[in-house]
Design a protein around this ligand. Structure first.
Ligand SMILES: O=C(O)c1ccc[n+]([C@@H]2O[C@H](COP(=O)([O-])O)[C@@H](O)[C@H]2O)c1
Ligand SMILES: Cc1cc2nc[nH]c2cc1C
Length: 338
């Protein structure tokens, strides 16, 4: 804790100390790209990704220890019918993750990605944001600190996802508070609400926005009032990865809301993050435009649990494999252009 005893001060201090990318490593990677047996620029965005990985890792890029971290939380607002599914599904899905039966398990197995599940006090949902603040400052900062633990195994690529019934309503509230607009601008079907369900969800999210409106200027206050535990944990994880210069792939609509909090504090805070895909949740494309990020994939996915980001990790692995494994023109004896 800081000398003032305010935990959020510690978070703000970290943002002031954020390291930047390694320009020399980026330059070396760019130079190598030009020597590899391909027309210059022909691997398109894969070339940018390899350079971005090198710049953040500060060396020739690797994806030797990729880890998918999935944070699970429950939300008081779920009792207001904002989801098509009951809150008990959060716990059941955590058990499904442990048993290997979820989509994320299959994707991790396919692409050889480590998987860590973090469940956050699922028996104690956060307070209903349409009635009070989700978390105290102390709880929010402690949850962010907990999220930072996902770096304990020293991954060289961190892939972030979440599970939490009701959390697309929470994410919509966060986007409206951070970027402006009303609930209708950000609320969508989530797990599958029909038009009547979406209309009910909009009413509840608008109530939350009205209640907390006077605090929208402070992104950390927005996080603790309108967020949830899995979202705060992901915000902490993104920040910790930045401090250690670990590149991050962010999943869909909900994970992007956790990143948006840091962007609102300092737009450079997401320079070490790739956005794995654009979710089918309608507000996601708009949110990505607000933070000036172009997603890697557009597969119509809207599952969460890190799945879109984990599929994108395969693209990052391919980018790094090409960068490190390809022969140069000189090595292969291939004639370069004049
Ligand atoms: O992140 C996304 O793009 C996304 C879009 C729709 C649904 N989800 C997942 O579905 C759950 C939230 O949906 P809901 O309807 O309960 O708010 C939560 O577990 C998320 O992981 C996630
Ligand atoms: C079954 C189910 C699986 C999920 N995975 C992430 N969010 C989810 C929501 C539901 C309802």
């Amino acid at each position: 804790m800081s000398a003032t005893g305010l935990p959020f001060d510690d978070i703000r201090a970290l943002l002031r100390q954020m390291p930047q990318a390694d320009g020399a490593a980026r330059h070396a990677a760019r130079h190598r790209q030009e020597e590899l047996t391909k027309p210059s620029g022909s691997l398109g965005r894969l070339e940018d990704i390899a350079e971005w990985m090198a710049a953040w890792q500060g060396r020739a890029p690797t994806v030797d220890r990729p880890v998918v971290a999935v944070f699970a939380g429950n939300h008081g607002i779920a009792k207001k019918g904002v989801s098509a599914f009951p809150p008990s599904v959060t716990q059941s899905m955590v058990e499904n993750f442990s048993a290997g039966g979820a989509a994320i398990n299959q994707i991790c197995a396919t692409f050889d990605l480590g998987l860590k599940i973090f469940d956050l006090a699922l028996d104690y949902p956060t307070a209903d944001i349409s009635e009070e603040a989700a978390l105290s400052e102390r709880d929010c900062a402690a949850t962010m600190a907990f999220g930072m633990e996902c770096l304990a195994g020293e991954p060289d690529l961190l892939i972030l996802g979440e599970m939490g019934i009701g959390n697309t309503a929470v994410a919509a509230a966060l986007f409206a508070a951070l970027f402006g607009g009303t609930a209708a601008d950000w609320v969508g079907p989530g797990t599958g609400h029909d038009a009547a369900g979406i209309a009910r969800k909009i009413v509840v999210v608008d109530e939350a926005l009205e209640l907390h409106r006077s605090h929208f200027a402070d992104p950390l206050e927005v996080l603790r009032r309108l967020g949830g535990r899995e979202i705060a944990a992901m915000t902490g994880a993104i920040l910790a990865a930045r401090m250690q210069r670990v590149p991050v792939i962010i999943d869909g609509f909900v994970a992007t809301a956790s990143a948006a909090v840091l962007h609102a504090m300092d737009p450079r805070a997401l320079d070490h993050c790739l956005f794995g895909h654009v979710s089918a949740e309608p507000g996601h494309q708009k949110a990505l435009r607000h933070i000036d990020k172009v997603p890697l994939l557009a597969l119509g996915m809207r599952l969460g649990e890190g799945t879109g980001a984990a599929v994108a990790a395969a693209v990052v692995k391919a980018a790094v494999a090409c960068h490190n494994g390809m022969a140069t023109f000189a090595q292969a004896g291939v004639a370069n252009r004049d």
